[in-house]
Design a protein around this ligand. Structure first.
Ligand code: PHE
Length: 486
């Protein structure tokens, strides 16, 4: 459109285009588009150009407001009754604070109103000159010097440099742009004598390479994994999202009436709804410890049901994997172990800015003879200081499978407060002894979510931007590796 208009104009008229702005207005074209075409035609020397710069005026935000709503002095004048008067307080209530303030001073200066405790009109009628001047400028019309300087003094308009061009025929002028060949196709090569080839532009920027991107959760997971490996931990196999209630709850001495085992908190499977095999003699010992205790425990004193334990679910914590691993360990001559896992867990929860029904847990455990709470505190300090969190506090807590249990808090320098970062404890004898672990073996363990540290590291405040179907793909592509620690 614009290109055709420019070339046709130069071809049909011997004169030049004196002003691209005027030309655009006369031909009903967008000036920006005309400028782009001029630049392109100039590049191929179809045309010669000269810059034009002009100072014009544009409305400031305040100017735009008055152009729409009227000048404050007029608004104020109209708020004063035609006859009689209004109290200044009453008048103030009718107007926005800035309108009242500016309106008072301008209307007073113009001698439109009598200002005292009472305000009354001094003239019958006023004209909104400010508004009409502003509208004229908005429409690109000329405004006289006095008008400009009054609006400028009130900061209702600001200067803007307008840039345009004058244009005339250049050395390569043609009424139509020649189509140049851009590709080395078979046809183009056969007709090369008739064709003009586009020159290579060696300065052009290459197209950005489309590559894969690692998700922030994967990057942070790798760093946690490295820390565990440096500390001598082995990774547990976590490749089963579906677990039986037995390993997820019962083996962990979690009673069958525990609220977490409700379908409001846990996703149970419809098909297959139950597990096929469980180690029967161990199941028997678990049943007994729940019902009547043993190993120095009084148990929970209820009737333990096998059907509850058989129910399949999406594991609600990676501690289900830890219970399987500890049981496996107990089946052989005892060797101490340090295990970790980082994988997905599922909870039937309402989704909000910080909660998803599906997230990741990081879990570490150490299994050895004679471990104490002191060992747990020591290993937690070591682990978290490798993440750059060296100020820790512990708060007594409750888990059905650990005693004692501690919530872990870290001092967040940025937020200036203590934030909860994880949960920990020593697995109960009611859990370890039925498995068959030697009596003096203690297991210390802790768990945390992967999402929370990732959100802190990447400055993300809504978990839905990070994970799930609403994930912000741009965020994934943009973000570099964020290093944990110092
Ligand atoms: N399983 C616990 C949770 O889901 C975390 C935890 C792991 C607590 C190991 C103590 C020991 O929050």
């Amino acid at each position: 459109m614009a290109e055709e208009a420019i070339l046709r104009f130069l071809h049909n008229n011997s004169e030049e285009i004196t002003d691209s702005g005027q030309f655009s207005a006369e031909h009903n074209l967008d000036h920006n588009e005309v400028v782009n075409v001029i630049k392109s035609l100039h590049g191929f020397r179809y045309i010669d150009v000269q810059d034009i710069k002009r100072e014009t005026w544009v409305l400031t935000d305040e100017g735009k407001k008055y152009a729409a709503e009227g000048a404050p002095e007029v608004q104020l004048f109209l708020a004063v009754p035609e006859e009689g008067s209004i109290s200044k307080d009453e008048l103030q209530k009718k107007l926005a604070p800035s309108v009242f303030k500016i309106g008072c001073s301008q209307a007073g200066k113009n001698k439109w109103v009598e200002m005292g405790k009472q305000v009354s009109r001094k003239v019958q009628h006023v004209e909104d000159k400010v508004k009409s001047l502003l509208l004229q400028i908005q429409e690109g019309k000329d405004v006289d010097k006095d008008g400009i300087s009054s609006l400028k003094a009130r900061k209702l308009i600001a200067p803007q440099i307008w840039k345009g061009y004058s244009v005339k025929k250049g050395p390569n002028f043609a009424p139509e742009r020649k189509k140049v060949a851009t590709d080395l196709t078979r046809e183009n090569l056969q007709n090369w004598k008739e064709l003009e080839f586009k020159e290579y532009n060696f300065n052009a920027k290459g197209a950005p390479v489309e590559a894969g991107h690692l998700h922030p959760l994967l990057k942070v997971r790798k760093q946690f994994k490295d820390i565990f490996v440096q500390m001598g931990f082995e990774e547990m196999p976590t490749n089963n999202f579906v677990e039986s209630s037995f390993w997820n709850f019962d083996a962990l001495f979690q009673p069958q009436q525990h609220p977490a085992r409700d379908s409001h908190d846990t996703f149970f499977l419809k098909d297959p709804s139950t597990t096929r095999t469980l180690p029967e003699d161990y199941v028997e010992r678990v049943k007994r410890v729940h019902e009547s205790g043993g190993y120095g425990s009084r148990g929970y004193n209820y009737v333990w049901k096998r059907e509850e334990a058989n129910k399949n679910l999406l594991r609600t914590h990676t501690t289900a994997v830890s219970s399987r691993m500890l049981y496996a360990l107990a089946q052989k001559p005892f060797v101490p172990k340090k295990y970790f896992s980082i994988d997905r867990v599922f909870r039937n929860e309402a989704v909000d800015r910080t909660h998803l029904a599906e997230f990741h847990q990081i879990e570490g455990l150490i299994c050895d003879r004679g471990l104490t709470l002191g060992n747990l505190i020591g290993v937690l300090n070591d682990f978290f200081s490798r993440l750059g969190m060296s100020k820790l506090k512990f708060k007594p807590a409750y888990n059905p499978y650990t005693e004692p249990s501690m919530e872990i808090f870290s001092y967040h320098e940025g937020l200036g407060k203590w934030v909860e970062i994880g949960n920990s404890g020593m697995f109960r004898p009611e859990m370890l002894l039925p498995m068959g672990l030697p009596e003096d073996v203690r297991v210390i363990a802790w768990g945390l979510s992967l999402e929370r540290p990732t959100m802190i590291l990447y400055g993300i405040d809504n978990i839905r931007d990070l994970f799930g179907h609403k994930v912000d793909l741009d965020l994934i592509k943009r973000n570099p590796i964020c290093r944990v620690g110092i």
